[in-house]
Design a binder for this molecule. Sequence first.
Ligand SMILES: Nc1ncnc2c1ncn2[C@@H]1O[C@H](COP(=O)(O)OP(=O)(O)OP(=O)(O)O)[C@@H](O)[C@H]1O
Length: 593
Amino acid sequence: MKQKNMVKQPDKLSSYFKAEWSILFAVTITGVIYNIGLLAEPWFEGKFAQCLFEIFSKTKNFSDMLKLVFAYVAAIAVVQLARYMKRFYVRRFGNHINRNMKQILYGTLIHHSKAELESENIGNIITKAISDVDACAEGMRKFTTEVFDTGVALAGYAVLLFTYDWRLTLISLIFPPISYYIAEKLKVIVQRSGAAAQESRGRLNAATLDRVSNASTYRVFGCEMQRNNAYEDHLTDYEKSAVKANIWIAAMPPVYQIISMVSMLFIIYFGSRNVLGNGWTSWNIAAFTTFISCFTKLAVKSSKAAKLFNAVQKAEVSWKRIKPLMKLVPDETAENKISPNTLEVQNLGVSYSENAQIFSGLSFTAKPGEIIGVTGAVACGKTTLGQAFLCEHPYQGSIRFGNNEISELSEVQRSETVGYLGHDPELLSDTVQNNILLGKNKDVQPLLKAVCIDKEISKMPDGINTVIGSGGIRLSGGQQARIGLARTLAHPRPLLILDDPFSALDKHTEMEVFQHLRELTKDNIVILISHRLYLFPQLDKIIWMENGKTAVGTHSRLMDRCSVYASLYNLQEGGNDFENEKIGTNTSYSECV
Ligand SMILES: Nc1ncnc2c1ncn2[C@@H]1O[C@H](COP(=O)(O)OP(=O)(O)OP(=O)(O)O)[C@@H](O)[C@H]1O
């Protein structure tokens, strides 16, 4: 993986070409050799026909033909070698483009607000964006190949034809442009049917994800049949739209080819007049054969040019969709890095609507290296508090990080300041390594160790390169949570909000992961939301939430002053998890403050 992405303007396609200029240079050299070499084929075919004619007329003998065959084999060997090298470099170019685009896409995804991603349906946007990057990189690869295989080759064939008979060449070249014109007119249909198929695939992907992730829920609640039918509808819709799109793509090239080949009738008529001596120029058999062979290759190539337009158009559709996501995000290691600072929360409150104040009046401060625990009854507003730092909903009061009010930061500044790990780790259908690093250049092993998943990953079929998420192997809830935590630690921010990251872990693993978290977040402020309180004595401060009110203090202070917190802690120390009905429901909140 490259140290740094060389793409300067990721929302411009030309920038990706510029970043790969050295590979493109190698493609140009090998491509030109290959295409010039291609002209040898029709030239030799003409020479073979002429030599055969002269052998029959006894003016040449078999050894002349043998020499010609050796020269032909040598020329073809050079052409094929150039072709192989060109393909190697073009493939490399395509891989680099794909990697660069994904690196930028991942960077953007981690800097987008959760609300923004969720508004588009997360499964849908990620699967669609990743397959769009694949389609785009493939389109750019095909374009680069075809510029040489089609563009340069066509020019070479045309020059050769003109040297034989310029009038006949002019007549025969009328028809291939007609096929280009028709291709241009039909491109809207190809584009439209391609876009419809892509949309349908996105819907099917989201439905597949939903069906797999929520299979047991649907079964338990007896909605399986209904969901199956809905899924089948998506599948049928995708089949229809994919078939339609492919029919258009496959049907076009033969049509262009037939139009191009109309020229052949003219070549046979005027070419034979040239050979018979009453045409525009004088030809021998070699010239006639070379002309026909060269024109046939040109016509076949021009049908490929139409195919090139289709490939480029398909890529264009994908590019339009991902372009808004292709933004350069600030380099975390450079001057954009936000330094550790103090957090000062004053009189914070959040309400989703006028009559629904979730909590209010929360004030506390935190220094780098501190871990602040947040706990309270179910639905008391812990997640709401965590998400207040993301500014997805307006809050009352103030959250100051250093000298800045967090809601006044730009989205990119905020994403550089606040890291968030929610209940759903939102794994991509990609490798373990890519899911954690999201295109960042870093050793993934220490992160795997930090979240105690290194041994489990090493036992997977491809280790860190094992594909997980909806397109790969299924992970347990605890494994997903730890991959999500490793991802958060791979992109550390001065202020980390971890919403119940240990809920699916056993107590022993939770303790171990917590020790690593402590070591890795010496410069960060961590807000740790949790239902389980074993670790709370080790935390620097606790926020207790209940009935829209909050109490802040150290663990020992809350144990002394807040009987409901104390009874909950003691209950869990006795081996029980948080159960609402068992805690002192008749303990009044005022005891806590
Ligand atoms: N986007 C929203 N719009 C309106 N109400 C919301 C929204 N998100 C949460 N709520 C409501 O806010 C209250 C607090 O929810 P929240 O998820 O913050 O609680 P929590 O303490 O994290 O819950 P849990 O213990 O189950 O994780 C709930 O009554 C919930 O219904």
